[in-house]
Design a protein around this ligand. Sequence first.
Ligand code: NAD
Length: 368
Amino acid sequence: MAPIQQFSRRGFIRAGAIGAGALALTPALSALALSRPQKKLGIAIVGLGTYAGGQIAPALQHTKDCYLAGLVSGHPTKAAEWAAKYNVPPKNIYNYENFDTIAQNPDIDIVYVILPVALHKEYTIRAAKAGKHVICEKPMAVTVKDCEEMVAACKKAKRLLSIGYRMHFEPYTAELIRISRNQVYGKLKAFECANGFTYTQDPKAWRLNKALAGGGSVYDMGIYTIQSARYTTGMEPIAVVSARQEKTNPVLFKEVDDKVFWELEFPNGFIAHCKSSYSDQWSSTHAEFEKGNVDLNPNFYYGGIKGTTPAGPMNFPQAIQQALQMDNFANCVMNNKESTVSGAEGIRDMKVVEAVYRSLASGKREVI
Ligand code: NAD
């Protein structure tokens, strides 16, 4: 499991970024830097929606090793507005039909797929076939099989794939992992994680459409919970013990799950308690160690993460997680090095997601 390094649909704190993106120059990177002086890698965003506009494009104004070079949108007016705002030349604007011609554009090194979940596979594979490296948003895809096809396509095209797992670049989260892995307060005895938000968006939006979203809160929010259980324990879960759900609004959540509870069983018998919701503002991680507790609350907002340990409050500068995430991937591309948040990491999470739904259906323990 890769080491780690916040989520608010409301809050995005533009505070000083920590320097995690500033990797020491390896000989290969030095050579690249010499041959392409001060070249930042060009990123093209596919899907100019809420996350792209609210977080990713602003974060790209703070990156050191990559920049917003291209746009892919089905809305020409929106694309033109973005282009004017972010100084993107008309030749770097694509729509979903002519997207594949991006292959001939040397300005674009990386394609960032920020579309509804069911479209992640198609655009990741098209981007790889166009010879571009790919960042794909979470959750990686609708099924494990789709995820595997995405990884295979990128491998075949010899392009790198990473998933938008920004928490790996968030300092409070990194501290929890350090504490857990180094047993700073002894062994981990208990773990609970909760992620959710109160759904107030359009009832016709893609998140409530199973065909486009894959599922509900487990896909969208539970993925943070699953990631957290995996990176805090440093182990891979072997089973979902028992999953159960509640629907606060069966009309709104007709197609997708709302509030879901499940336990993850690890090889040593450790049990992690997880829950996700579309009707609760849940954002907490509670880790009990032999010598005291570590809490993150909130645990996954874009800014304002807070943490406490037996030694007192954690105190780290807030980071622009997405800027660090994208710079990290740009460095992976420059060094031809697999990302710590690679497609393989996405597959592991989707295996857990599928087991959660199997357990919801069977009411039993389901092996992952
Ligand atoms: P959104 O609805 O605001 O944006 C989706 C974009 O996709 C829009 O620009 C829309 O026009 C476009 N689109 C193209 N084809 C579409 C279709 N058939 N149906 C609907 N939209 C279509 O969604 P969002 O909240 O920006 O989420 C987009 C992706 O980003 C999702 O995968 C989501 O899980 C992910 N996301 C990640 C984070 C994070 O913190 N990492 C946060 C929010 C969203």
